[in-house]
Ligand binder design. Sequence first.
Ligand SMILES: NC(=O)c1ccc[n+]([C@@H]2O[C@H](COP(=O)([O-])OP(=O)(O)OC[C@H]3O[C@@H](n4cnc5c(N)ncnc54)[C@H](O)[C@@H]3O)[C@@H](O)[C@H]2O)c1
Ligand SMILES: N[C@H](CO)Cc1c[nH]c[nH+]1
Ligand SMILES: [Zn+2]
Length: 438
Amino acid sequence: MSDVSFHELSQLDAEARAALMRRSETDLSSFIEKAKPIIEAVRTEGDAALVRFARELEKADLDESRLKATEAEFDAAFDLVEKDVIDAIRFGIDNIRRFHEVQKPEPMWLKEMRPGAYAGDRFTPIRSVALYIPRGKGAFPSVTMMTAVPAVVAGVPDIAIVTPPAPDGSVDAATLVAARLAGVSTVYKVGGAQAVAAVAYGTQTIKPALKIVGPGSPFVVAAKRLLSGIIDPGLPAGPSEAVIFADDTVKGGLAALDLLVEAEHGPDSSAYLVTHSRRVAEEALAALPDHWARMTEQRVAFSKAVLTGRCGGIVLTSSIEESYRFINDYAPEHLEILSTDPFAHLGHITEAAEILMGPYTPVSIGNFGLGPNAVLPTSRWARTYGPLSVSDFVKRSSIGYVTASAYPEFAKHARTLARYEGFSSHEHAVSDVRKDYL
Ligand SMILES: NC(=O)c1ccc[n+]([C@@H]2O[C@H](COP(=O)([O-])OP(=O)(O)OC[C@H]3O[C@@H](n4cnc5c(N)ncnc54)[C@H](O)[C@@H]3O)[C@@H](O)[C@H]2O)c1
Ligand SMILES: N[C@H](CO)Cc1c[nH]c[nH+]1
Ligand SMILES: [Zn+2]
């Protein structure tokens, strides 16, 4: 327990403070080097490379004919998955759908900019999207719900899931259930960098997609970065991370309980408790062993690695303002505001992808289907990106319509700027030459 990293912010110099911003994906170079030959093999060999990597990396003995999940596998999944799990998936999908339907933009808007001149936006679904569902350190039907529902709500006609196979060549059964209940029927058994390459280039079995979304390990993040010229890699969603912010109105044991939520994802996760209350910090530290005693061996090992390592622990600040500054600087994927009056703090936090308010909204509730999307930008990308949303599955075209009566004024100003910029055809198109052809 005493090994848990405890950072008293006022005691740290600038370099040590900057080090607290680090995530496991901050340095991707080793993953990039590992992903490069995988991508090249998929590009040149297609399915044969996918089968080989399934064997080498997932210990899964698949042949080309089994890379795509069959209808029979979908049907069997409904018998394999417990009824309460199916109920939880239905409940989550229902909330996530309601949330994302509100987000869906109107197909088109037009505004009269000047009398007789109209401009607006039109939204149309992206034609094909791949959803990456991780399966290294857990099974993720919830990520299936979070990625598939907004894609379906947006109206994407061609949606395919890619997810690593288990050693017996199967797809996680609850992932198949979630896919079907959300409205997705294509699931390919391929994960890691090879999955990103497969949907970027296409293979004999796998159709290429225009975009890939969904979180993944640093191998997946590295492959998305390498292939960003071929496929739209979506928002950067890597290893899970959370900041639990607590003021002095809550028990430290509660903060410790929630600190472990994202810390248990894997040794590559990041998780901090940030508080200006020494009491909360010390209670949290003291409570961790009791919480660990209730967890599985693997999740204890993962969360201990995080909380005793360079990407996790307890941060004791000298004031609530310093806590706000730290959080805004850190820009977490998930932020919990543990306080009896969470709304008092909300206005001070601007850099966080998801903000969960008060003692009854732990990260688990957001992860498993309150409604907002739990696929979120990591590694400080919350400073420029938001959560996955319907907008990620549509593209926007702007629409302009100038009538004859509005034309002369626009043409006059366009001619002037065309001349200034030195574009003669631009100028002619809005000059008297045009009149000859109208
Ligand atoms: N940001 C989010 O919204 C969000 C949501 C859920 C999960 N996550 C995160 O996603 C990540 C999922 O990672 P994961 O590991 O569980 O599953 P994953 O499917 O992303 O990665 C595992 C795959 O990586 C490949 N791989 C593993 N070792 C390799 C090696 N040595 N060389 C080449 N390829 C290798 C294999 O194909 C393996 O199947 C976790 O870090 C989790 O925290 C993030
Ligand atoms: N915490 C993840 C997003 O960072 C989502 C998730 C799914 N299952 C468990 N957690
Ligand atoms: Zn989680």
